[in-house]
Every structure is written in C-alpha cells, then in structure tokens.
Design a binder for this molecule. Structure first.
Ligand SMILES: Nc1ncnc2c1ncn2[C@@H]1O[C@H](COP(=O)(O)OP(=O)(O)OP(=O)(O)O)[C@@H](O)[C@H]1O
Length: 269
C-alpha cells in the first residue's frame, strides 16, 4: 500500500482531446516530478501545444484525468490552476504594454497575496511585494529599465520580463512554450540561464515545449516525445533522441548531429 517515493506533483492519466473527428492528443499518461525539467518534443503537429494547453487549463480534455499535488484538477480552468501554482509563460501575451516593467512585476507579485483591508496588513503586504519586485527585477536583469513601459522594451527584454512575471507568481510548475523563439543569438543565453537557474533550485517542476534540440540537450533531464498525439517515448535526452522509433517519427528531420558517427545498419565489423 505504501510507496517509498512520493507521487509526482503533476500527473496526467490517459489525457485525450478530440477536435471534431481529429484526436490531437490521445491517451497520454505521464508524471512530472518535483526537481525535474521535462522537454516535450515531437514533429510539427504532434500535439505538443495542445498537450500543454491541457496541462495549463486552456483546453479541457475529452477524456482522462489530471492530478496536481494529489488533487484532481481536470475540470479546473486556467486561472484557478495558476492560482494553485501552475504558471505558464505565453509568448508575450501576459504583458501589459501600457504599464512599466515594475508595474507589470508588481501585478504578478501581488496576485499571490490576499492582504484584505486591514491597514497594517496592507502596509506589510506592500513592503513585502516591493521587496519581491526588486528581487525579481534584479533576477531578470531589468533593474535599470524598471520604469520603461513594457511596450518600449526590446523583444529580448520583453521575454525576460515575461519570465520575471512568472517567477513573481512563485508557481510550483513552470511552463515554457518555445521560450527563445524570435530572440537574437546574444539574447538566448539570458533566457536559458534563467530557466536553468529555476531547474537548479530542484524544488519545481519545469516543462518546456521546444523545437531546438541543442536547447533540449542543454536543459532537459528528461524528454517526452509526442507523435500524432500519442506518447511515443520518454526518458533521458540522449537515449530518447537516438532511439530509432523517434528518429523515424521525425522522418528525416535532423535530430542527431552529423558528428554522432552512426554507422549504417548491418555494417558491424
Ligand atoms: N483548436 C483546434 N481545432 C482543430 N484542430 C486542432 C486545434 N488545435 C490543434 N489542432 C490540431 O491538432 C494537431 C496537434 O496540433 P498542435 O498545435 O498541438 O501540434 P504541435 O506539436 O504543437 O505542432 P507545432 O510543432 O507545429 O507547433 C494538429 O493536427 C492541429 O491541426
């Protein structure tokens, strides 16, 4: 009856969603344990974004169940899941362009507190939020631009602000959807370092949808591969990427670098 390891923080069980006659995600079951960074990969149209939407609550499954911290959250909508601690960075849609960087972070930081109307509690809460905003401003290297309107930031800084807002929400599950998409080469390491730092804290679940295999290799402890809506394989990145089944699913998309030195089949000495 008693298992030695605690159950994973987030557990998907037989999650499926159909759009009309098309099953975009089919009976996907997997666990996401605290302290791990899982990359969700797969060819175009494999169901990665749809699966992410099922986890964050943007979509409700046709069948299956989702558990968070022992609670069945299958029917909870995205805002409620966010409140429980499932935070997702969207591609810039979470920013308020007419507010400053500091104000954006303030909104995220204050979303976690419920100070009520008692003055002393409000003052304490105000000071705590101010401290957190300063902390997250520094963490995403935006202290010097705290008073800029979000709309006027360069693209890379907007992405940093978005990660900062996610950090300020202090979730237990961090979801990143192609976090470096559209960023210039010199901006990419800043975002990757931030994600790596979250991963290295080892007390969060980090989920990443990512096409770039070098990013996956450098960050992920584990990969899950979706193909035609199904879970094709899961495990350690190098092992999964090298699997013939996964290679075949990508139908010629290059997953293994040219220097991997794979000999043709049947070419044994
Ligand atoms: N709202 C929807 N209505 C109908 N079909 C949809 C809907 N959303 C997704 N699909 C279909 O479900 C399948 C999976 O799409 P999804 O966007 O999740 O794939 P993906 O792996 O994220 O692809 P990509 O890597 O190209 O972003 C696709 O065939 C897509 O056309």
């Amino acid at each position: 009856m008693h298992s030695s390891t605690p159950p994973a923080l987030l557990q998907a069980r037989e999650l499926s969603i159909r759009f009309g006659g098309h099953t975009a995600v089919e009976a996907v079951s997997c666990d996401f344990a605290t302290g791990t960074l899982t990359a969700i990969v797969g060819p175009n149209g494999a169901g990665k974004t749809t699966f992410f939407n099922l986890l964050s609550g943007q979509l409700a499954p046709t069948s299956g169940r989702l558990w968070f911290d022992g609670r069945d959250i299958t029917r909870l909508k995205a805002p409620k899941r966010a409140q429980l601690g499932i935070g997702r960075a969207f591609q810039l849609t979470n920013l308020f362009p007419e507010l400053t960087v500091r104000e954006n972070l303030w909104l995220a930081a204050s979303a976690r507190t419920g100070a009520g109307f008692a003055m002393h509690r409000l003052a304490n809460s105000y000071m705590a939020i101010r401290e957190r905003v300063d902390h997250y401003l520094a963490r995403v290297s935006l202290t010097g631009r705290a008073d800029w309107l979000a709309a006027t930031l360069p693209h890379g800084d907007q992405r940093k602000l978005e990660v900062g807002m996610l950090l300020a929400l202090e979730p237990r599950v961090f979801m990143f959807d192609e976090p470096t998409a559209g960023m210039s080469v010199d901006e990419v390491p800043v975002i990757l370092n931030l994600i790596q730092a979250i991963r290295d804290e080892r007390d969060k679940v980090v989920l990443l949808v990512e096409h770039k295999m070098d990013v996956v290799r450098s960050l992920a402890d584990r990969i899950i591969v979706l193909h035609e809506g199904r879970l094709l394989d899961e495990g350690e990145p190098e092992q999964v990427i090298a699997s013939p089944l996964v290679q075949q699913a990508y139908l010629g998309e290059v997953l293994v670098p040219a220097d991997a030195g794979a000999a043709p089949e049947g070419d044994s000495p």
